[in-house]
Design a protein around this ligand. Structure first.
Ligand SMILES: Nc1ncnc2c1ncn2[C@@H]1O[C@H](COP(=O)(O)OP(=O)(O)OP(=O)(O)O)[C@@H](O)[C@H]1O
Length: 232
């Protein structure tokens, strides 16, 4: 379970007079939910996801992830938190000097899982995102959408309870974006909680839950329809 209670985030360098990246945000995401984050550029979507992953700390309020208070989490506790998180962020690009398979094996090798077992699980993950036949390829030989699906495979190999994806379909065409969202939805179907920021209207229109942010604040429900013209 993820809980934000009156969370404000102000980055260092943001003066007192400037706006906060998040302002007094309270929300709950239950285990197994699929939630999209929507809002214009700069609305605070990435900040919200980074707070869950302890990549940032709240300036005020509390962020709780599976009972852990992120604001009080010691540095040494971060790897334990992240073990339950599958992160799909722009900063975590694939390593281009090794194969797709090696990229997906990496999170398991760093936790000390034996190589043979890591390879089996990496192949199974690549199969789930429809890319097993590209295991030996190098990431740069793949399309943007395929690379993003490899990132998803890499994010889920350690069987996280929660997937956080920050605009996973930015710069992808419709067909590639559909495959990326299908892969994420498939993991949600087997019980993984998913939080996905996106501008993709296609996906937002059919979503069961969308959190709208604007200038760091939650917008309740769907944005209001444009004002009706009043007949003279
Ligand atoms: N590391 C940082 N230092 C200072 N300000 C930051 C930092 N990261 C984000 N901000 C500011 O916080 C606000 C929210 O940014 P954030 O990246 O969370 O928005 P976003 O909704 O994810 O935007 P986008 O859709 O463009 O990715 C913006 O005003 C941004 O400039």
């Amino acid at each position: 379970m993820i809980e934000f209670a009156n969370v404000t985030k102000q980055y260092a360098g943001h003066g007192a007079s400037s706006h906060s990246a998040l302002r007094d945000v309270s929300l709950t995401v239950a285990k197994g939910e699929l939630v999209y984050l929507a809002g214009p550029s700069g609305a605070g979507k990435s900040t919200l996801l980074k707070l869950i992953a302890a990549m940032e700390r709240p300036s005020a309020g509390t962020v709780t992830v599976n009972g852990t208070d992120i604001g009080r989490l010691k540095h040494a506790g971060i790897p334990f938190l992240r073990r339950n998180l599958g992160l799909i962020f722009q900063q975590q690009r694939l390593l281009t000097d090794r194969s797709v398979l090696a990229n997906v094996m990496m999170p398991m090798l760093v936790t000390g899982l034996p190589r043979a077992q890591s390879e089996d699980r990496a192949r199974a993950a690549l199969d789930k995102v429809g890319l097993l036949d590209r295991a030996a390829a190098h990431p740069l030989a793949l399309s943007g959408g395929e690379q993003q699906r490899v990132s998803i495979a890499r994010a889920i190999v350690n069987r996280p309870q929660i997937i956080l994806a920050d605009e996973p379909t930015a710069n992808l065409d419709r067909a590639s974006a559909t495959k990326v969202f299908d892969a994420l939805r498939a993991f949600n179907k087997v019980g993984v909680t998913c939080l996905i920021s996106t501008h993709d209207e296609h996906v937002l229109d059919s979503a069961t839950r969308v959190i709208h942010l604007r200038q760091g604040m939650l917008q309740d429900g769907v944005p209001a329809a444009p004002a009706q013209e009043v007949a003279p």
